[in-house]
Design a protein around this ligand. Structure first.
Ligand code: AOF
Ligand code: ZN
Length: 381
């Protein structure tokens, strides 16, 4: 059965279940699958599964197990998966094997697996007589593997920038007052987000203005303990700030210029930071600032970072956007108006003097959080 409306419905469902495990499976992809039996034109979902935790069963196997547990026979059924079934033995046996053994007759996947080690699922399945096709009908199912695909192709983590703004797009008053723009529930959701990423990135401006902790507080289940990273080209981070004071408990990295990371004049400062548990990382500079792309690459390669949450002021965010390093925006819009052109905007960059040069985003989700709006955008590739 190949009907875009059904494809979308079934792949949307697979994507929705997979989303439950954000923060539990990375650096593996989020993957969801449903097993469907067609009676004429009507699909009956007889099994649902997703990849729940890094190292554990893949989505397709989980869906097939669910199908049998519910008393259904998967023979002749169709598997809708958000990612092409893997064809390798890693921490898990190949999904292709399970699919063939179960007697599945067709596989519909939202996208091919970009991992060269696991790829080739479609070819192996077709050889065994299972029909395979890619369906682009579900935006949610395609979007699910974006972080994984990016890391595979570019060796860079998935970067999410978050901020809270007024209706007229300001993140602080002209004097820098910003506590609080969004409501309690929105701020709680930010803590939950922090508990699902590998690193939180901020700039020295924010450290000096807010002295933040950047930890996930009052979160029921902390899925990942995010390291804190400060972009601080001049190595100014005070040893007395909250980040340095808690560096013994939570990995804290200060990224400064490669020169200052080894220079004699900073030796004592570096020793004091090291004694507090802060890791000093020397990074090349571009235009006098830390090369953010290089920083992200090293966080991925040296610290296994798959996702980064940027929580910074307009300066660092502007640089991140200028360099086109941000993949996703999570914006809280609070029902508040400043109407002051001197009040601060989210990003101070130089992206676009004309509309035709504007960076374009796609609206992924919007949700009401009490009186705020939580809006998620993705960079258009
Ligand atoms: C799937 N379904 O649910 C996932 C897949 O080390 P392993 O055995 O867990 O394999 C990880 C690789 O398998 C991962 O990099 C990706 O290519 C694929 N992940 N594949 O069919 C899943 N998580
Ligand atoms: Zn698999």
């Amino acid at each position: 059965m190949s009907d875009p409306a059904f494809d979308r419905r079934l792949l949307d469902l697979a994507a929705r279940v997979a989303m439950r495990s954000v923060g539990n499976v990375e650096p593996n992809p989020l993957v969801g699958a449903v097993v469907v039996r067609w009676s004429g034109q009507t699909p009956e979902v007889i099994g649902i599964g997703h990849h729940r935790r890094f190292g554990e069963a893949h989505a397709e196997r989980a869906a097939l197990v669910d199908c049998v547990r519910r008393g259904h026979d998967p023979r002749g059924a169709t598997v809708y998966a958000t990612l092409e079934p893997c064809n390798h033995t890693g921490k898990q046996p190949p999904c292709t094997e399970a699919i063939v053994q179960a007697g599945i007759s067709e596989v519909v996947a939202a996208r091919r697996d970009p991992n060269p080690v696991a790829a080739g699922g479609f070819e192996a399945l077709e050889k065994a007589g299972v029909r395979c096709r890619v369906s682009g009908a579900s935006r949610a199912a395609i979007a699910l593997a974006d972080p994984f695909v990016k890391r595979m192709r570019m060796g860079l983590p998935w970067v999410i920038a978050k901020w809270a703004q007024t209706i007229d797009g300001r993140v602080a008053t002209r004097s820098g007052e910003s506590k609080w723009i969004s409501g309690d529930r929105s701020r709680q959701r930010v803590h939950r987000l922090r508990a699902r990423v590998d690193a939180v990135l901020t700039g020295m401006g924010t450290v000096l203005a807010d002295d933040p902790m950047l930890t996930a507080r009052d979160v029921r289940r902390v899925r990942r303990r995010a390291m804190r990273v400060v972009a601080d080209s001049d190595l100014d981070l005070p040893e007395t700030c909250q980040l340095a004071r808690t560096a013994g408990e939570l990995r804290t990295i200060v990224a400064c210029s490669a020169e200052l990371a080894t220079a004699e004049i900073t030796r004592e400062k570096r020793e004091r930071l090291a004694a507090a548990g802060v890791v000093v990382m020397g990074v090349p500079l571009v235009a006098g600032r830390v090369d953010l792309k290089a920083l992200l690459g090293r966080l991925a390669s040296e610290h296994g970072v798959a996702s980064v949450l940027v929580e910074s002021g307009p300066g660092l965010l502007g640089s991140m956007l200028d360099a086109d390093l941000v993949d996703e925006l999570v914006v809280y819009v609070a029902p508040m108006m400043l109407g002051d052109e001197m009040a601060r905007a989210a990003a101070a960059g130089r992206i676009a003097p004309t509309l035709s040069m504007a960076q374009r985003y796609e609206l992924l989700r919007a949700k009401r959080i009490e009186n705020d709006l939580e809006v998620v955008y993705r960079r258009r590739s």
